[in-house]
Design a protein around this ligand. Structure first.
Ligand SMILES: Cc1cc2nc3c(=O)[nH]c(=O)nc-3n(C[C@H](O)[C@H](O)[C@H](O)COP(=O)(O)OP(=O)(O)OC[C@H]3O[C@@H](n4cnc5c(N)ncnc54)[C@H](O)[C@@H]3O)c2cc1C
Length: 238
């Protein structure tokens, strides 16, 4: 049954980066939704109900009482949410939807590939797996321009310490040569993915973010690594 949109108050706004914020939307009383980690909500402002945009949940299904979405300042809605949303403001929220869901099976390895803000749903994936102490292995392969662009760096590093089955791997594409970063540099390529996904038959690949990133990742996984399409899930943002 389709649920009606709900009006929710913005309970908190947290700056993750200069251009990226997490909004916490408080559930109204008696709202007890069923939803899954990895789904997205669609939001709109009360004064412009025809302008609706989707945002992946960066919180997980174990988080009750609120939704969290993490938004980059980009385009009309992204800019309004990052620059103008304040605690106490109200947004309309359409119930979570989508099939970009983590396959939490004990023998599976989830390789989650993201660029920039596309990492948002993977915070939910890892948060749920960590809290439930699941045996599922999760590796995030995250491409950012510089070390200043890593969203949730602290949280992912903390979950890596807590969860022995989780690895957070970052590659930087636009660092100056003298930058002290000792991690990987350059774009995500098939060699790097192959090094991380040691058991391809039991790996499920996820790619999320702008179409260009998702399309190139699909090509890498399906064409270069010859992984069957059934082992890949994508979420395209447009
Ligand atoms: C399932 C799903 C989940 C998503 N999850 C997230 C998420 O977790 N976090 C997140 O930040 N976003 C997410 N998005 C994207 C989000 O829905 C918005 O599209 C985004 O915030 C941009 O807002 P907008 O669509 O109003 O931008 P628009 O104003 O429609 O602009 C869209 C794009 O065009 C560019 N653009 C706009 N005007 C011009 C112009 N005149 N010239 C050149 N370029 C222009 C903008 O820079 C932007 O990149 C998700 C999208 C989908 C479909």
């Amino acid at each position: 049954m389709l649920k009606q949109p709900e009006e929710m108050e913005i309970e908190a706004v947290t700056a993750e980066l200069l251009d990226t914020k997490t909004l916490r939307l408080k559930w109204p009383e008696d709202y007890e939704p069923e939803f899954k980690t990895g789904q997205f909500i669609t939001v709109y402002w009360p004064d412009t109900p025809i302008y609706k945009r989707a945002y992946s949940l960066s919180s997980c299904a174990l988080d009750r009482g609120f939704y969290e979405v993490t938004v980059k300042r980009d385009g009309k809605m992204g800019t309004r949410l990052v620059d103008w949303a304040r605690p106490g403001d109200k947004l309309w929220v359409i119930h979570p939807a989508g099939r970009f869901l983590p396959a939490y099976e004990p023998d599976k390895h989830l390789v989650c590939i993201a660029g920039g803000s596309g990492v948002t749903p993977f915070r939910g994936f890892v948060r749920e797996a960590t809290r439930r102490e699941l045996a599922t292995t999760i590796t995030i392969l995250y491409s950012v321009r510089t070390t200043h662009d890593i969203i949730f760096n602290g949280e992912f590093r903390a979950m890596e310490t807590e969860n022995p089955n989780f690895k957070f791997r970052v590659t930087c594409t636009r660092l100056v040569d003298k930058d002290p970063w000792t991690g990987r540099r350059g774009r995500i390529n098939s060699q790097w993915v192959r090094e991380q996904a040691t058991d391809l038959a039991n790996t499920v690949f996820y790619a999320c973010g702008p179409n260009e990133l998702v399309d190139s990742t699909e090509h890498l996984v399906l064409e270069e690594l010859k992984v069957p399409k059934t082992q890949m899930r994508t979420e395209k943002w447009g």
